[in-house]
Design a protein. Structure first.
Length: 551
């Protein structure tokens, strides 16, 4: 009997390692055992394959590690340094880690000064964490000079079996921008490649050239959005050249172009989503234009365009102004009554395809403040403060018209001290830009910014959003009454549930638990629509976990 009792106690103790740390309404967060205190902070959960979880960790400023965990217990199996072999005696800078159908790759970049090329290479990693000595050259891009070498941007296919990479660079003396796009399969074989150098004319008034977004759909079709705008002072008009470049697999990736005609408005930004109905939907913010053709730059509202991929036609283009109630929450009642527009600080972070064919768009207030450097030369330290505040939640009908909108109240910031100012918010300079959503560099995660932001979950037609909040905000949904997050180590998870009319119900933990684990919305992996793999921590105590949304 004693043996049976002892065995039962062991079973109970082992189950405690996978007990629910938090339960808010239908949201469960279940964690594994505490991770070793090895000073290696997880900055990316790469994926899950064959009962193992792969994660990227950072120690210090640039020492990267591959961590492998057992899926069921979330116990760490191994941790190995990632060292990409040198190329022609040049050190390779680590860029990313990807899992493609069970093949794990470390990717790095190196600038070749003698040939003026910016190179990207990949090396496969074994399940023991050992890098292959055989590197695969992915890009060998000719650039103007080191300061104009540009950046690499990455996107996984929906089934995580292909990798789309884009490189953009500036040729200032030629007044041109070059973009190069390649699609790779699970063995990093090139499936598709295209490159184009585009001329621009920044002598025009208010000239801007943006590669706004790029996308890969479930059929391995590739899309780019190019937006070129300027003011025609003679005609007193705002000129918008708004194009989608399509490269379809079924058409042997031959370039096709769809033009979207826009008059009397300026496009501020654009994000894409490929839908299950073989359409491409574009959403973003727009501004109004004055009588002299000058754009106001502030946000008037949100637009939605639907591209039928069977016919390459724009089936509709809708412009939806912010309603009064939304503007009151963003600007205050006095400014809303005076017809003021919203400041252009909001970037689209998530687009969700609804069950009825419509969209839910999350747009977060984001900005970066670069402080005064201290020190000299290579030893100069610069504080960078990342701010991620309230989120505009916009629900669009299938035809692109506004269904409802609301504002999720949130005030968050974190400061990182760095030796480098090269953070990937926008690639390019002058009137040339790539994208717009704030992307926090991997080298700066693990130090605070990963606690910012929010995690959306859409299930059974209902939107749920969880984020770290100040415990003093319990029960508060009024944006005027919320307090800033403050010390993120003392944050508590808060859940906001939106009904089909956009009304908010807030759910908080019944009691604030001392030394409770704090989620990191900047570091998670979405396994499916209602299950995520999380990384949470409390000072030196770190754990992997799973987040479930019950029916």
């Amino acid at each position: 009997m004693k043996k049976i009792t002892f065995a039962f106690l062991l079973l109970c103790l082992s189950c405690l390692n996978l007990s629910a740390q938090n339960k808010i309404d239908k949201l469960n967060m279940i964690y594994g055992e505490e991770l070793p205190d090895d000073k290696q902070k997880i900055i990316k959960i790469v994926g899950e394959y064959n009962n193992e979880i792969y994660a990227l960790a950072l120690s210090g400023k640039e020492d990267y590690f591959l961590k492998i965990f057992e899926s069921k217990s979330m116990r760490m199996i191994s941790s190995n340094p990632i060292i990409i072999p040198q190329i022609t005696d040049r050190e390779v800078d680590f860029e990313e880690l990807f899992l493609l159908n069970g093949h794990l790759y470390a990717i790095g970049s190196v600038y070749d000064k003698s040939n003026k090329t910016f190179n990207l290479v990949g090396a496969e990693i074994s399940d023991k964490g050992v890098l292959s000595k055989n590197t695969i050259q992915l890009f060998n891009s000719v650039v103007a000079k080191k300061s104009e070498r540009g950046m690499f941007y990455f996107k996984l296919s929906p089934d995580e079996g292909a990798l789309l990479i884009m490189h953009t660079s500036l040729f200032a003396k030629e007044d041109s921008v070059q973009y190069e796009v390649k699609l790779f399969d699970e063995k990093l074989n090139t499936l598709f490649s295209t490159a184009e150098k585009v001329k621009y004319d920044d002598s025009k008034k208010d000239y801007e050239f943006t590669i706004a977004d790029f996308e890969l759909n479930f059929q391995d079709d590739v899309f780019l959005v190019i937006n070129e705008s300027y003011r025609d002072t003679t005609k007193k008009e705002q000129i918008e050249k708004f194009q989608i470049h399509l490269f379809k697999k079924a058409n042997n990736y031959k370039k096709e172009v769809v033009d979207i005609d826009i008059k009397g408005k300026e496009i501020i930004n654009c994000s894409m989503i490929s839908t299950s109905k073989n359409t491409l939907k574009l959403v973003g913010f727009y501004s109004s234009v004055r009588e002299n053709g000058k754009a106001n730059k502030n946000l008037k509202g949100i637009y939605n365009a639907t591209i039928n991929l069977a016919s390459n036609t724009n089936e509709n283009l809708k412009f939806d102004e912010f309603d009064y109630e939304t503007k009151v929450k963003l600007l205050g009642e006095r400014r809303a009554k005076n017809g003021k527009d919203v400041k252009p600080l909001y970037n689209i972070t998530t687009i969700i395809e609804k069950n009825d064919g419509g969209l839910i768009v999350l747009s977060e207030l984001q900005f970066v403040y670069v402080g005064q450097s201290s020190g000299f030369g290579p030893l100069a330290f610069t504080p960078i403060t990342y701010t991620k505040n309230e989120i505009i939640v916009t629900c669009l009908k299938a035809d692109g018209s506004l269904d409802w909108s609301n504002v999720l109240p949130k005030e968050q910031s974190a400061t990182v001290t760095t030796l480098s100012l090269a953070f990937g918010f926008v690639g390019g300079n002058g009137s040339f830009a790539v994208g717009g959503t704030l992307m926090i560099p991997l080298a700066q995660l693990g130090k605070g910014p990963e606690y910012l932001g929010a995690i959306p979950i859409y299930k059974n037609g209902q939107l749920n959003i969880i984020f770290n909040d100040n415990a003093k905000n319990k029960g508060i949904t009024d944006i005027e009454k919320i307090k800033a997050l403050g010390n993120y180590n003392n944050a508590v998870p808060s859940l906001f549930i939106f009904d089909d009319k956009g009304m908010i119900t807030r759910k908080d933990p019944e009691e604030v638990i001392k030394n409770e684990l704090v989620i990191r919305p900047g570091v998670y992996y979405r396994k499916n629509e209602n299950e995520l793999i999380l990384y949470s921590s409390r000072k030196k105590q770190d754990k992997l976990g799973r987040l479930f949304l019950e029916d």
